[in-house]
Structures are given as C-alpha cells and as structure tokens.
Design a protein around this ligand. Sequence first.
Ligand code: SF4
Length: 686
Amino acid sequence: MKYVQTTCPYCGTGCSFNLVVADGKLTGVAPYHRSPVNEGKVCPKGTYAHEFVGSPDRLKTPLIKKDGKFVAATWDEAYDLIAKKFKSYKPEEMACLSSARVSNEENYLMQKFARAVLKTPHVDHCARLCHASTVVGLAGAFGSGAMTQSIGDIADAKCVFIIGSNTFEQHPLIGRRVMQAKMKGAKLIYADPRLTATGKQADLFLPFYSGADVAIFNGLMQQIIRNGWENKEFIEKRTKDFDKLKAVVMKPEYSLDNVAKISGIPAKDLATAAEWIAKSGATAILYSMGITQHTTGVDNVKSVANIQMLTGNLGRPGTGVCALRGQNNVQGACDMGALPNVYSGYQAVIVPDNKKKMTDAWGTELAEGKVGYTVTDMINILADKPGTLKCLYIMGENPMLSDPDLHHVEKGLRNLEFLVVQDIFLTETAELANVVLPAACYAEKDGTQTSTERRVQRWRKAVNPPGQAKADWQIFGELAAKMGFAKQFPYKSAEEVFVEVAKVTPSYAGMSYARLEKPEALHWPCPTADHPGTPILHKEKFAHPDGLGVFTPLEWKPAAEVPDKDYPLILTTGRCIWQWHTGTMTRRSVSLESEAPTGWIEINPEDANALGIKDKEKVRAVTRRGQVEVPARVTKDIKKGVTFMPFHYKECAANVLTNNALDPVAKIPEFKACAVRIEKLPEVKK
Ligand code: SF4
C-alpha cells in the first residue's frame, strides 16, 4: 500500500489529499494535513475522488466511427486518420476546445498544437462559460484578471459579502474560511435568489431577482457616498475616474428605494449591507457564476471591483475580490493561453512582439496574429453558418450538456465534417465524434493545476491508466509527430513541458517542479527562481502601467429575456454539492450519485400553489428554446417568481432551456436568467 499526494480534480479550491493505492489499484482518499489550503479536510467530492477512476465505463482504446458505429482501433490507425483529415482542412476551418479539467501542461500543449501545428487562431475552453467576465472585468479594473487574495486570507475578514455563489456547497473548503472569519466576529452578508446552505449561515440575507446585480451595487455605492463612508485616501492615491463613477451611481435611479423595487431587496437591508461593507475595516467579496453568467457579466464583475476600490478593500489580508473559479484548473487553462486572444501568461496574440517571441520559442510559423473564435462563436457559426468551420478537436469538454440552448449546440456539432474528442468517458459530446481518443485522468499522470487563488500545485501519478489510455500531453506529442512536428513536441515527461511553460510565461518563470514540492507550492506571479510567489495582489499598486485602479461607471440593464405572460417566471441554474458539472465523473461515483440521483426544479410555494403543483410532482419546464420534464421541489428557500435547476443531469438537462444571449465583451452566455413557464403534466390514468 502507498499514499500518493495530489490535488483534487473537482472544484477550483485546490485541496490536497493522498490517493491510497493497494496492489496497483486506487482504494481511497486519505487526508494530507500539511496543505495550507484545506489542512487535511475535504468535502464529499474530495472524499470520493477515487471512485470514478476505476469505472468500467472508462475509455480504453481509440474508437473510430464506421457506418454510424464506434469500432475499436489502434493508436496508429486513429492518429493516421486524424492527421490525414487535419491536413485536408484550411487553418480557418479548424478549431480546438481545450479543458479546465486537465493539467496546465496539457492546456499549454493544446493551444500550442492549435497555433503551431494546425495554424489556427481558434482555440478556447469553458472559462468562456463560467468566468470570462472575471478575466475581462478584473483586467479592466485592476490590470489582472484573477482573484486578488489567498483563500486563507478570507478568515481574516471582518465582513464577508457573498453574492452569486453558494460557497458552502460549491467551494466547501473556502466556505470553511468564511465560517472561521464569522467565528472571529465577522459579519456575513449573502445575496442570492435562493436561501442556500451558505445563506442559512448569513447575518444578513438579501434575496433578489436574478439579473439585478449592477443596480444593487450602484445602490450600495450611492448609500456609501451619501454617508461619506468611502475611503477617500485610497480613491485619491490608488485609483482614477472616481468622478465618472460618482456621476452615475448618484442618479435617482439608484436610490435605495428604487433599487429595492428593481431587486426585491428591502431598502433597509441594502442600507445595513452598505454600512457593514464600508465600515468593517476589512471586507472581502466572494462571487462566482451568479455574477458572471449574465449578458451583463463584465459589468457585474466591474461593479464588484468598483465597490472594493470605493471602500479601499484591496491589497490587505481579509479584503479583496475573490472570484471563485468553478473547475479545478480553469484558472490554469486561462493562464496557459487556451483562449483565443492570448498566449500563455496573457500575452496578447495581436502584439507582433509576442507572436515573434512564441514563433522563436516554438521554431515554426504560427497562426495569424489575430483573435480567434470563442467557444460561443464556434457553436453559433457551426449552427448558423454551416461550412465555415468544418473540423473540431475537443479535449475534456462536454458542450452537449454544458452549453446553453442544447438543441442549438447539437445542430452545430452535427454540421461538422470531422470531430475528434479526447476524454476519459464516452460523453454526450464524444458520442457525436468521428474519432474518440482515450485519455488518462488526474490520478494516472503527473502535471500541475492552478487553483482559484493562483496557487500552482502538483498532480502525481498514482496508478496506470486503463487499457491503452494515455496522458493528454503524450497524445499531443504523438499526434504532432504524425503531423510532421516532432521537433516542436519532443517531451518525454510532463515536467519537460512545464520547463517550457516557465521559459515563455513571465508569471510562471520562477517555478519548477522542485519548487512546487513544498506543501504551500507557489502563487503566481512568480517571475524569478528566488521569488516567493504572490498570495496577495495589488498591495502597493495595481497591474496597469500607471499603477492605478480604474473605476467604471455602469448603468443597470435587465436580463436579455425577462418574464412575460407566456413565460412568467425566471429560471436560474447552478450546481449541487453531490454532483459536478455534466456529471461525467460524479455520476460514475456510487457514493455521490446515490445522494442526488436526478435533477429537480425549485419553485416557491406561492407559485406552486397557483399552478396546483405539489412537492416531488413531475412538471414540464418550457422556455422559447425547449422543454424538459423534471420533478418539482417546492420550497420557500427560493424567491417567489424565480425557479432553479441544477444542470448536471442529461435526463432533465437544464441547458435545453437556457438562453444563448451573450455578454457583448466576454461572450459569456446568460445561464443565470431566462423566462420560463412551468406546466402541470396531465394525470396518467391507471
Ligand atoms: Fe475538492 Fe473543491 Fe471539495 Fe476541496 S472543496 S475537496 S477542491 S471539490
């Protein structure tokens, strides 16, 4: 028996644990007490993170579709077919989807494969669907698009304001830090349309109509300025454009009474929240996809930045903007340049010097230095302009359940001429592929991942992959060699890839596997080999060239689709503690699946009574894009007029219903608000 220390493959918290291996098989998860992130504790998903690894459903050989059916193939047969097809398309006709689930090294290689081998600028990943607004919004305000603090810092807050995040269920080991702050006397404010497990611990609960975020922040800021609670010294020395912000937030539209009408939050509670945020001395704001997944996602994120600059709550322990990243390595996938506008380290592709640097480093001509398609562009182009994009290479993503308006997604993917999917299971997306490549999972390979707090940590191989499955980094090397790029992909280990990452990525330049051996690992930016890493950003100045934070004046805009007589309720979507994303891993974990084996729709008792719907009764949820039948969960924990569905379940897929309307800048879809009608199903006569 041996213990192998590694990092959790589920959420972006980045907890460490030991994988227990007996006779070459994973048998469990054991605590790793030296991790400063989770100090030996894990949530239910971490507890059972070994269960899906040995599932009999794991892909074990490459598969090639012949006459509509998958047939097992050798790696050479699969590579030869893929290489032949890839060579037959023009670069503009191909696109790649990278993955927030795989390692930094593998994300780095996929964007390198796209840009250096396929010569296409079209590479992106699912950060587009969760935190693209954070990357754009915080980069605009602070010059850097990432969480400003460390997770441990949250325990030092005097006030914690959580909006759009069910932290205790989705990031439980971050929720633990919130409780530590609360036990030391911090006030907890919670704003959400649902009274979640997180909300039940709050000192002040602000239930609001999904989509009212900018109005709420403007109202809070007006109240702060009216009372003279703003941090004048911070505004004067560290920021610019305060007057522009003030001109907007002081408008009568953002009086507490008016914001109460827009949001549904009582004015007196907004006033209390404003006072606690401004006067605590150290307020941390935590948010997640409740803020980002809107057509106003960037505005919402900039509003969080605005209020933290207004009150001087940045650059000190217990303060900051804590953008809680969803998947384990969504931060790392962004850092590695699996985005259509940047190389690794957020080096813009449109800057000729950056392109020259990467061309020299990789030793080949690259894709044109222009911004490529986002995930959402790709699906829209596939569905609406058939023949423009012809070939898609997807690693570890499942758009057939994770993307909005699934009928539209399926139409797009079926318009492809050639689809390659590289994954650990035959997902709903892989079923549509021409070739499927079997990949190793986190427990079967070495690598690194970067958590929501920018901490770069190791994965360590504990067991062999099943059958002929291989690590994604190996697959890229072998496929690149078949395409004639062996020299550019010479790697014999994940560590060799990381050495190259450090060479070309300024924020990772001081990192090495040897340095990441320490339990605390390293936070980026870490520019030199003797740099200690940077747990707190923006201590003295912001990352803009002039060092100043930028206020952005923002007007509130309603969601793209609001309730009307045909679709009278708001639908919002999210996750539950037992399942993960599209359920690919958790639904193959017996312990997790047994706790939440199917989906549901939450309805307030007043709305349910009006429709004659009882708890647990199956109902039909209908939007302009589709309909699903799903059991009702009648609960006063959800605001009247709002409904909620988790999106994990293919048998009642919430994303059949969601709206593909996009934030104009970040191109993130509005998963969190659309108009829905709930219908009672006819009784079945026995
Ligand atoms: Fe894994 Fe997140 Fe749970 Fe930690 S909080 S054990 S990282 S799922």
